[in-house]
Design a protein around this ligand. Structure first.
Ligand SMILES: [Zn+2]
Ligand SMILES: [Zn+2]
Length: 208
């Protein structure tokens, strides 16, 4: 199941208004409410950013680009100028994925655990768990990445550095190991994903 990424819904006006907050004073100034919303999103910690993103997904996607992606302001400027940009859909759904479901995450990963197998769950370059897509994204132009690609994944691949996770350590409900994966560790999530897939997916139909 793939859905449209909120980043694809960023309008030229939203892009311009978020850029205004980030110092591009030649762009459109937001009205008072959206000006405050962008200010709030730009300062929000992990939990509050998630809450705000649920209510205002497109604005959150635009702020995420400016806040976290080294190419984000270029992307917003391209959107504001109306330049078409390729876009990618988020990874397939899994109830055991904890990577941001609004974005496409990239493999291979900075760690070797486990080997990314298409359809399986594995750590993406941003160190969150995501369903491995069928195709490789390594051929993309990461200096002008498509809209909808996870900015943390892009930054890791471009620079070899990742943004430390600000998620809290919580004991895993499965094995009691402290984990930054929202209370279910990577190992338990991967096992859960495999069980979920085995139980819910039908045998693939052979097509000619
Ligand atoms: Zn990612
Ligand atoms: Zn566990």
């Amino acid at each position: 199941m793939s859905t449209t990424a909120p980043a694809e819904e960023i309008t030229p006006q939203i892009a311009a208004e978020v850029l205004h907050h980030y110092g591009h004073r030649d762009t459109h100034k937001p009205d008072a409410f959206y000006g405050l919303l962008v200010k709030l999103m730009a300062k929000a910690d992990y939990a509050n950013a998630r809450s705000l993103a649920n209510a205002f997904p497109t604005w959150a996607a635009a702020v995420d680009l400016a806040r976290y992606s080294s190419t984000g302001t270029d992307t917003l400027a391209a959107i504001a100028a109306g330049t078409p940009r390729p876009s990618v859909a988020p990874n397939d759904y899994s109830p055991f994925a904890d990577a941001d479901p609004r974005y496409r995450h990239v493999f291979p990963t900075p760690v070797f655990f486990p080997d990314p197998i298409p359809g399986g769950l594995a750590l993406a370059a941003c160190l969150q768990l995501s369903v491995v897509p069928d195709e490789s994204l390594q051929i993309l132009d990461l200096d002008a990445p498509p809209i909808g690609l996870c900015s943390d994944c892009v930054d890791w691949i471009r620079t070899g550095t990742d943004r430390p996770s600000d998620k809290p350590y919580i004991e895993c409900v499965g094995c009691e190991t402290p984990t930054q994966h929202d209370g279910l560790c990577a190992v338990c999530r991967i096992e859960g994903h495999d069980r979920w897939k085995a139980g819910t997916r039908k045998t693939p139909q052979l097509t000619s």
